[in-house]
Design a protein around this ligand. Structure first.
Ligand code: SAH
Ligand code: SF4
Length: 397
């Protein structure tokens, strides 16, 4: 059993310890079971101590910077019956030639940049994932070529902050260049996530607009609509400069969908700041949004900020925010009723003659088809009805 952990918010932490109880029980039934715990939580020294002291039945602890050692560690754990811990704090390494077992045969995630140098004051990622380091563009291109040969139809270039791509490696090669080079390889769909607004350049916007196989969807986390709170968060942009970028992307990339992440209840956020977030959402009318209550992470600068807002009030803000974001998801989806969208068929639903897949703008579509469809084909689907988080449709064959 491999538990790959996340440390981004407190409830992700809690889940891990919940699972560990189940693992301990399994180990009693199956003596030769090997249990491994990996991921961001294991880059935090106090969490390693906790596992060492209170969960000695865990066989392997491996960090994010040496994950590629895991196969060898499993072989060793099989031979020796002792807890093995290998966590590097140094993060200069860029994995290459890792053999991935990908779940999907049509859509693949490709890491292009590891770590993050932004140090937003609430965020644990720079500490658990280490400093920003890009993969060489030639390695990425080879990986994409290989995936194309294997029949993949979609790739998503992945990083905590993809548009910082190349800054640590090249003087004159960035995400815009990489997107263009990958698009030219001819794979039907290219996506990228996540974009930090601060690094989003005009040339990136132009490249997205220029290539029909770069999907018109941008995940552009805003976090807050208040410039005061953004400053406390260390986000390096203001409400005004975010909106300027938002408007530019909307103007230059036809039909683009924009999604976001928002945190409520950051220390120092008062009711007026929160209302600024609501008014920004009213303006941006996002196609999708992931919303969170601020969760204090140990060792981050935000841990030391004064926080006078009771949790109950923060949860209330989250609910009010969710009502507004949901309203726009539905409103935007309703506008698509009667239109025909290209859908990459990802799977068959449990209902007869029903399939599902995603539009170019990343909308989930459940649709019927009388003819049998190949998974991985791109088909035109007529939208018959809109829901908040998905669309229903029928094949327009
Ligand atoms: N690198 C991306 C996102 C990383 S984490 C970016 O910069 O946008 C995904 C989302 O989790 C963040 O966008 C943020 O909204 C949320 N998040 C991160 N740390 C958090 C914390 N301490 N409390 C609540 N939400 C947090
Ligand atoms: Fe965290 Fe994203 Fe900020 Fe990096 S850019 S510190 S990953 S929120």
């Amino acid at each position: 059993v491999v538990l790959n952990t996340c440390a981004i918010r407190e409830n992700a932490n809690d889940k891990v310890y919940g699972y560990l109880g189940r693992c301990k029980h399994l180990k009693k039934i199956k003596k030769d079971l090997i249990i491994c715990i990996s991921g961001c939580l294991m880059q935090e020294p106090h969490e390693i101590e906790e596992i060492k002291n209170r969960h000695q039945y865990i066989d392997i602890i491996v960090g994010t910077h040496n994950l590629s050692d895991l196969p060898q560690m499993i072989i060793e754990a099989n031979e020796k019956n002792m807890q093995k811990i290998e966590v590097f704090s140094n993060s200069d390494i860029v994995f290459e030639n890792v053999k991935y077992n990908r779940d999907s045969k049509i859509s693949a995630w490709i890491n292009i940049i590891y770590g993050c140098d932004k140090f937003c004051t609430y965020c644990i990622v720079p500490y658990t994932r280490g400093k920003q380091r890009s993969r060489k563009s030639s390695d990425i291109m080879h990986e994409v070529e290989d995936l194309i040969k294997k029949g993949y139809k979609e790739i998503t270039l992945l990083g905590q902050n993809v548009n910082a791509y190349g800054k640590d490696l090249y003087d004159d090669y960035n995400l815009a260049n990489l997107l263009e080079d990958v698009a030219k390889l001819g794979i039907p769909r290219v996506r990228f996530t996540t974009s930090h607004p601060w690094d989003f350049t005009d040339s990136m916007i132009e490249v997205i607009a220029k290539y029909p196989n770069i999907m018109p969807h941008v995940h552009l986390p805003v976090q807050s609509g208040s410039s005061k709170v953004l400053k406390l968060m260390g986000r390096r942009y203001t409400r005004e400069s975010y909106l300027e970028l938002f408007n530019k992307i909307k103007k230059i990339v036809p039909g683009v969908s924009i999604s976001t992440d928002i945190i409520v209840g950051f220390p120092g956020e008062d009711e007026d700041d929160f209302k600024e977030t609501l008014s920004l959402v009213e303006y941006c009318k996002y196609d999708n949004a992931f919303t969170f209550v601020f969760s204090v992470r140990s060792g981050t600068p935000a841990e030391k900020l004064k926080d006078n807002t009771p949790l109950k009030e923060k949860e209330d803000r989250l609910q009010r925010l969710n009502e507004v974001v949901n309203k726009y998801f539905l409103e935007n989806n309703k506008k698509l009723e009667g239109t025909t969208l290209d859908v990459l068929v990802e799977g068959v639903s449990s209902k007869k003659n029903m399939y599902y897949g995603y539009s170019e703008t990343n909308k989930l579509i459940n649709f019927s088809s009388r003819e049998e469809l190949e998974i991985g084909s791109i088909v035109p689907v007529k939208i018959t009805s809109a829901k908040t988080w998905s669309l229903d449709g029928e094949l327009n064959g």
